[in-house]
Ligand binder design. Structure first.
Ligand code: FES
Length: 103
């Protein structure tokens, strides 16, 4: 179990990247105070995944596909390719002191 951060260190609508088992991952705290984390590698062609607070979606920098923060599923992708596989979700645990761990 790897500690990512403490809830109070990340504002609502914020995100941070962290190392998860040797891969870059992204943690998001939504404006609605939901917590989620995903491997930050796009399932299409390996593009880097960023959090776009304005539209409340995860964004692939390479081809600008969008993913739902709730479950990592594909929200929108380019019409030039198929993308039916979403992001790889990382399970989280929050302890009584609000420390967040990646399982
Ligand atoms: S690499 Fe992410 S949509 Fe193509």
């Amino acid at each position: 179990m790897e500690k990512i951060a403490n809830v109070k260190d990340i504002k609502r609508g914020g995100s941070l990247t962290f190392d998860y088992k040797g891969r870059t991952a992204i943690f998001v705290r939504t404006k609605e105070d939901e917590l989620a984390a995903y491997v930050a590698i796009c399932p299409h062609a390996g593009g880097n995944i960023e959090w776009d607070e304005q539209i409340n979606k995860l964004l692939c920098e390479t081809h600008l596909s969008l993913f739902n923060v709730k479950d990592g599923s594909v929200y929108k992708h380019s019409s030039t390719f198929e993308l039916d596989k979403g992001l790889t979700k990382i399970e989280l645990k929050v302890d009584q002191d609000q420390n967040i761990y990646a399982l």
